[in-house]
Write a protein that binds this ligand. Structure first.
Ligand code: ATP
Length: 346
């Protein structure tokens, strides 16, 4: 959908921001650009909608060279979200969201109807539409920024550290929202971030850049975490690379057996077979249990198996009823497989 073919960007002051970049950003997928400060992520993003033009090389969006498109028209056809939301302070939230549809000549009524619909899409109440940006929290402003970018239903969304300025809890909520939206909308998204965890959560592919605008590796999160191309990538992904990989694998394939009966710890259940807690044999000690479902990650399972006094994870179905338990050893074995290091017979 978006293709960079040996794209080079050198600014007039002599700085090379992007060095012979060749990269494909697939249609309907999220490509995350990461790397240390100043490595050319924002410049790469801005060349897609011609806020910056390349010095050489070709960028194609939907098969067409962007330099052959009218810059203003191209920009209106691509959604753009930035860190400080970039909202117009003197316009209401609804008018902010309606900006691009109005520029495209939609007519006021239709543009406002679309803006109202989008408020709900991004998880805001209709009441928020009447307010001005400063009357919203940082997280709410970012939601408006996303709604504004989606207003004309562009096939491509560019997002430059859109969640960089909000606290970690709100950031996770915004990431969840984006993943939910993306499931419905399947936009081609290019997302810049400094945060490796954010990249792993959101990316279908992650492109890692090094200072001087060099692309070092582009791969799926699992591939990148399991097989970093070099020490730079491994260091960038951090010491917890192995745990991050476990956050991408789920419990579904890990075997489960019956809950223990009569051992030092037993699992107390309510009348609907929902786990209540772990009880000691003497009956005078109870430990909390956090039951997991098939879709939960191996990382969550490892964590729970360490927290559980029995070293067991309680597994439940969609209704919360116990289906079985999984041992720490089984989780370890699957964790090793996820790393491609499972033991083989010799
Ligand atoms: P950050 O993570 O800090 O936002 P980045 O990876 O997005 O950085 P860019 O903003 O693309 O990096 O900048 C890449 C390089 O190009 C930097 O050295 C920057 O100083 C330089 N640069 C960016 N814009 C210009 C410009 N208009 N003129 C001159 N140099 C520029």
């Amino acid at each position: 959908m978006i293709q960079f073919d040996t794209v080079h960007k050198r600014f007039p002051n002599g700085t090379t921001a992007v060095h012979d970049l060749s990269l494909e950003m697939p249609e309907g997928g999220v490509t995350v650009l990461v790397g240390s400060s100043g490595c050319g992520k924002t410049t790469t993003l801005r060349m897609i909608n011609r806020m910056v033009d390349p010095t050489s090389g070709t960028i194609r969006v939907g098969g067409k060279d962007v330099l052959e498109r009218d810059a203003a028209e191209l920009r209106r056809s691509i959604g753009y979200v930035i860190q400080q939301s970039g909202l117009f302070p003197h316009r209401t939230v609804l008018d902010n969201i309606a900006t691009v549809p109005l520029l495209l000549g939609w007519g006021r009524r239709k543009a406002r109807a679309r803006a109202t619909e989008l408020l709900e899409t991004v998880g805001l109440t209709a009441d928020a539409g009447k307010r001005y940006p400063h009357q919203l929290s940082g997280g709410q402003q970012q939601r408006v920024g996303v709604a504004r970018a989606l207003a004309a239903d562009p096939p491509v969304l560019l997002m430059d550290e859109p969640f960089g300025a909000v606290d970690p809890v709100v950031r996770t909520q915004l990431q969840d929202e984006l993943l939910r939206l993306q499931k419905e909308l399947s936009k081609t998204i290019v997302f810049v971030t400094h945060d490796v965890d954010e990249a792993v959560r959101l990316g279908d592919q992650i492109a890692i850049f090094r200072t001087g605008g060099h692309l070092v590796q582009c791969a799926s999160p699992a591939e990148l975490l399991a097989r970093p191309a070099d020490d730079f990538v491994a260091d960038f992904l951090g010491a917890e690379r192995g745990l991050k990989l476990l956050s991408l694998e789920n419990l579904a394939e890990v075997p489960q057996g019956p809950a223990p009966e009569g051992g030092p710890w037993t699992l107390a259940l309510d009348e609907d077979r929902r786990p209540l807690n772990w009880r000691s044999a003497s009956g005078d000690t109870a430990f909390p249990v956090r039951p997991l479902r098939d879709g939960d990650s191996l990382l969550a399972a490892l964590n729970e198996s360490i927290a559980s006094p029995a070293g067991l994870v309680a597994r439940v179905d969609a209704q919360g009823a116990l289906t079985g338990v999984t041992s720490r050893d089984d989780i370890h074995e699957h964790a090793a497989r996820a790393h491609g290091t499972a033991s083989v017979a010799i």
